[in-house]
Design a protein around this ligand. Structure first.
Ligand SMILES: *Cc1c(COP(=O)(O)O)cnc(C)c1O
Length: 377
């Protein structure tokens, strides 16, 4: 089936009791058992929930995976991945991942005897060089936030297979509509469903997708054993959102292309970063592994004064953290999402005080362009 057909139908069957077309919200903590030792496959809400199962099967289909395992947040899903490694193991990871991923791994998981090498994975040679005797996992995020640097997924999968490692890709920025890491041989895809999959800035969630029976078994075990599950209502909301993922992503992409083009041509920004621009250093790789360029655009306005002018004067864009919703958001990575990264560290990869990140929504793009023009007058 095509993407949109799967988005609307996969994992969802009319309710066997009433025929309800929409998967009902199974807001229940427990299930009646027929007799001692005999039940319908549902015993307790943490372990099994129909609404959650529908969501998991739906996103698994969109990511071309066999299994989905849903969590209460993107970070709860990231944390669950740690059940695949143990004390003494080493993980090779992109140096510009989501700030919360960095905080969880470096400030907390290192207390459990795990070791991380933070490297620039956009160069595959760096990955090879970082692999040690005790390496068990490669974790990449592509494109990265907010610098939109890409990592070659085919190469990551190849290196991972050669050294018998587990490869993970955080695919939050592209969504399954534009990029399917499993099809390049990556073992695990991770999403913060809070972003494009949820798409309406009204729910926090996470999910892990895989086609490996063994990985599925271990992550499914920890979902129940540690219990970081999403509520049935949150699952229901995300399932409602994935139905429109294709139309939303097309519009995010179309708007972001026009918006990035405007920033370049107007000369209002000193530097514009968007994988869809031919001048993006990895534009060819973007065309190879993505089916579009997404809705995230970063721009350097040359000085903190000018960046502030944009951030404080826009009216259609909302100054806020997060991304991927239908409404456009604007943020200042240096003081907001990346405030915990030391200034010298972040300036090394171009994250200056004058950088502004736009999550381009699906409003009329003329209004978004007009908003930034007006803000800078
Ligand atoms: C937001 C985000 C996360 C964390 O997800 P939460 O749902 O906020 O826990 C992880 N990775 C990326 C790329 C994100 O943008």
């Amino acid at each position: 089936m095509g993407f949109s057909t799967d988005a609307i139908h996969a994992g969802q069957i009319p309710d066997p009791v009433t025929g309800a077309v929409i998967t009902p919200l199974y807001q229940t903590s427990t299930y009646a058992q027929d007799e001692l030792g005999k039940h319908k496959g549902y015993e307790y809400g943490r372990t099994q929930n129909r609404t959650r199962e529908a969501l998991e099967a739906n996103i698994a289909a969109l990511e071309k995976g066999k299994y989905g395992i849903a969590f209460a947040s993107g970070l709860a899903a990231t944390h669950a991945l740690m059940s695949l490694v143990k004390a003494g193991d080493h993980i090779v990871i992109s140096n510009n991942v989501y700030g919360g991923t960095y905080r969880l791994f470096e400030q907390n998981m290192t207390n459990y005897g795990l070791e991380f090498s933070w490297i620039d994975t956009s160069d595959a040679a760096n990955i090879e060089n970082a692999i040690k005797e005790n390496t068990k996992m490669i974790f990449v995020e592509t494109p990265t936030n907010p610098m939109l640097v890409l990592t070659d997924l085919e190469k990551v999968a190849e290196i991972s297979k050669k050294h018998n490692l587990i490869s993970v890709c955080d695919n939050t920025f592209m969504s399954p509509y534009f990029q399917n890491p499993l099809t390049f041989g990556i073992d695990i895809v991770l999403h913060s469903t809070t972003k494009y999959l949820g798409g309406h800035s009204d729910v926090i969630g996470g999910i892990i997708l895989t086609s490996s029976d063994e990985i599925h078994e271990r992550i499914r075990y920890i979902q129940n054993a540690a219990g970081g599950i999403p509520s049935p209502f949150d699952c229901w909301l995300i399932l409602r959102s994935t139905k429109t993922l294709a139309v939303r992503m097309k519009q995010h992409d179309e708007n972001a292309r026009a918006f990035a083009d405007f920033l370049v041509k107007s000369g209002l920004a000193e530097k514009v970063i968007y994988p869809g621009l031919p001048e993006h250093p990895q534009h060819e790789l973007a065309k190879k592994q993505m089916r579009g360029f997404g809705g995230m655009v970063s721009a350097d306005f040359g000085s903190l004064e000018r960046a502030k002018k944009v951030l404080n004067n826009v009216k259609v864009f909302t100054l806020a953290e997060s991304l991927g919703g239908v409404e456009s958001l604007i943020c200042h990575p240096a003081s907001m999402t990346h405030a915990t990264v030391p200034k010298e560290e972040r300036e090394k990869f171009g994250l200056t005080d004058s950088l502004v990140r736009f999550s381009v929504g699906i409003e009329d793009v003329e209004d978004l362009i007009g908003d930034v023009k007006r803000a800078l007058i």
